[in-house]
Design a protein around this ligand. Structure first.
Ligand code: 6MZ
Length: 356
């Protein structure tokens, strides 16, 4: 585990509110309990529970959103999530979040995202390169010592509960925020809710505007939707748990990179046991894959733990795992300049480890 902690990594599938620290969720829940906004004794067990079905996970998200959705808290969570990933040597993080509107507290989708950006700016323990031209990318030293640096780029998520108009609003916001590090769009949310046709106009619009798209695809069996999603030919997909032969064939021939979330899939029982996880088949077929956490807070995991789990389950050595992490650079949504710089970080680490 220590080795995977020190290895550089890229994280491409992390939901902001799913990555909230347990301690922060508890603290915020207790404060809201004291204010009488929620009944803390009723929700305490929901927060503490470890094994949750997919259905229960989405109930927990509703609770997390009550607890977290004000500007100050969004800023705090963003700061903590970036610090946590940086602490385990994630050198490039693509953080996704669903812009939320809440008129009662004066929150618009834009002001929600500004609170996220404020969180990125308030990180102090590590240099955060969060936008194409932001200053921290040139601040390499502090008092003569090289500072640790993390690249952070943002994906705006469309929740499957949203309407077409609301989804398009999110895409427009993403376009406006391109200079602030937004690189793409994600479709997520409870997979049994909503219809593909509702989101397609927004996703097509995103593509026309040059935004990259990743889709939660096949988290539950839905062959028609999986086929339509693959026909859309997104830049990446997440999960791919409930594919059948025909869809595997299509995915592999299209070479669409897959964001693999091992612990999430096991905890939510979308895959019945780790030994039969499709990661092994995709890895052996040399299909583009990248290991990710999904919701490190909700599933009590970390990216290092995911690498360690994959290595022990599928009997892969350190060199293979290092190469797997490095391959992830090819699937990031940031520009070639960032890819080149992240590759340099890996090359340096690889030389030290004699993997070059
Ligand atoms: C689908 C998921 C997810 O956006 O509020 N989300 N969507 N499948 C999953 N697998 C378990 N995990 C998280 O982060 C929380 C939101 O991310 C999506 C859900 O829409 C959830 O409400 P943000 O930062």
């Amino acid at each position: 585990m220590d080795w995977y902690l020190s290895m550089p990594k890229v994280e491409l599938h992390a939901h902001l509110n799913g990555s909230i620290r347990d301690s922060t969720l508890f603290e915020l829940g207790r404060v809201l309990g004291e204010k009488g906004t929620i009944n803390f004794s009723e929700v305490e067990h929901v927060i503490l529970k470890n094994d949750r079905s997919l259905h229960e996970v989405f109930k927990l998200f509703d609770l997390i959103h009550i607890v977290t959705t004000d500007h100050k808290t969004v800023t705090r969570i963003t700061k903590e999530v970036v610090e946590d990933f940086a602490a385990e040597n994630v050198v490039y993080l693509e953080l996704r979040t669903t812009p939320k509107r809440n008129d009662s507290i004066g929150m618009s989708k834009r002001s929600y995202m500004e609170a996220v950006l404020e969180g990125l700016r308030s990180v102090s323990v590590v240099d955060v390169d969060y936008a194409p031209h932001n200053l921290s990318s040139i601040t390499d030293t502090c008092n003569g010592t090289v500072r640790k640096k993390i690249y952070v780029r943002l994906l705006l998520s469309i929740d499957r509960r949203e309407t077409t108009a609301s989804a398009i609003e999110t895409v427009k916001l993403a376009m406006e925020m391109r200079d602030m590090g937004v690189v793409g769009i994600d479709l997520s949310g409870n997979p049994i809710v909503g219809e593909w046709g509702t989101f397609l106009p927004a996703l097509e619009f995103a593509r026309e505007q040059g935004l990259s798209v990743t889709l939660h695809c096949g988290e539950v069996p839905n062959q028609k939707e999986i086929q339509s999603m693959l026909d859309f030919f997104p830049e990446r997909i997440g999960h791919a748990c409930c594919f059948e032969e025909e869809e595997w064939g299509k995915l592999k021939s299209l070479k669409i990179p897959v964001e693999i979330c091992l612990t999430s899939n096991i905890r939510t029982a979308t895959i019945s046991s780790i030994e039969i996880h499709h990661f092994a088949d995709l890895y052996n077929a040399k299909h583009p894959t990248v290991l990710c956490t999904d919701d490190s807070g909700v599933f009590s995991t970390s990216l290092s733990a995911e690498y360690s789990l994959a290595s022990s389950t599928f009997v892969l050595g350190k060199k293979e795992m290092f190469q797997l992490a490095k391959n992830g650079i090819e699937y990031i949504f940031a520009n070639d300049e960032v890819k080149r710089e992240v590759r340099e970080v890996f090359d340096l680490a690889g030389r030290k480890l004699d993997f070059a």
